[in-house]
Write a protein that binds this ligand. Sequence first.
Ligand code: PLP
Length: 363
Amino acid sequence: MAEIVLQQTPAPRAAVQRMRAYHPPLGGREGLRLDFNENTVACSPRVLEALARIAAADLAKYPERSQVEAKVAQHLVLEAEQVLLTNGVDEAIHVLCQTFLDREDEFLFPSPTYTMYEVYGSCTDATVKAVPPRDDFAFPLEGLLAAITPRTRLIAIANPNSPTGRTASREQILQVLNRAPHAVVLVDEAYYHFFGQTVMDLVGQVPNLIVARTFSKAYGLAGLRLGMLAAPAGIQHWLRTVISPYSVNSLALACLPAALDDEDYLQWYVGEVKAARTEMVEGLRQLGVPQWPTEANFVLVKIGPKHAEFVQAMHRRGVLTRDRSKDQGCAGCVRLTVGTQVQMKQAMASMAEALHEIGWERA
Ligand SMILES: Cc1ncc(COP(=O)(O)O)c(C=O)c1O
């Protein structure tokens, strides 16, 4: 046997060496999970029934996605060739970056926003350009339009945006699409169900529009890893060239039709969140905690210099929240997912106690 000669471990690409590491918790998230904007209860019981029907032999086969993609297309009034299922929207973002970004290109998005745009963008050799926020976190239309150059190849707009909950109007999105005909514009509608407005109907009509949806939020399937991209067939051709054909697994594919069919469950959960959100906004107002208007299943609040103590005090009460104070423009900010009305009553009671414990005072 050849002798092993110890050497240095090979270095990754220069772009990877420059990346900022992103390490969300991968364990120990017991309690009321208000930190990652998931469904805070469960998925539809019909999904569990679909899981129970899976036979051992089904797992022996590679996953077959085409029929489920056709079903999703029908559900969203799209053509089958306009729909690509992905391993969460995260994979969709990765595939878009791999498909469109070359060395001289620019990837543009409003800041602060969903972390994985920066992660997957900086993993390429392209330049990532974050458009600075306005004070009120309203959609920075002028800043975004001004940042578009002939090198802009990809633009991502989370609508509603995270962590702010703020939105872009259809008119604003159309202005971006028109100003950057040479770029692909991703409208990430991960939180669509809590907002209700969409540009999905424009997919195929506007050649540079791609819309993403996730099944991790309202549908409660974050653990299955399921997302989708709706795009013109010509773009889908290239995305399918890049994506792993088996990245969406058989369990996820077996469950998705059941989730789509249970409209009652979806409506119940979304109704709960919207009612709880209204109550929470009012509760925060009474406590005097500054907040931003939100159309998503979370609220961004400004705690101030004691933000980390607040997150810990909530944790001791069994409520997980997300410290966003390092995001651009978000000093002192914490994000709280909105769950059901019962859960949010508990969360608001914990919040009042936590604020008292840390000696928080209204600014
Ligand atoms: C705007 C946005 N897009 C996408 C995602 C990720 O979705 P998925 O779970 O489908 O990867 C998130 C998750 O928090 C998000 O906030």
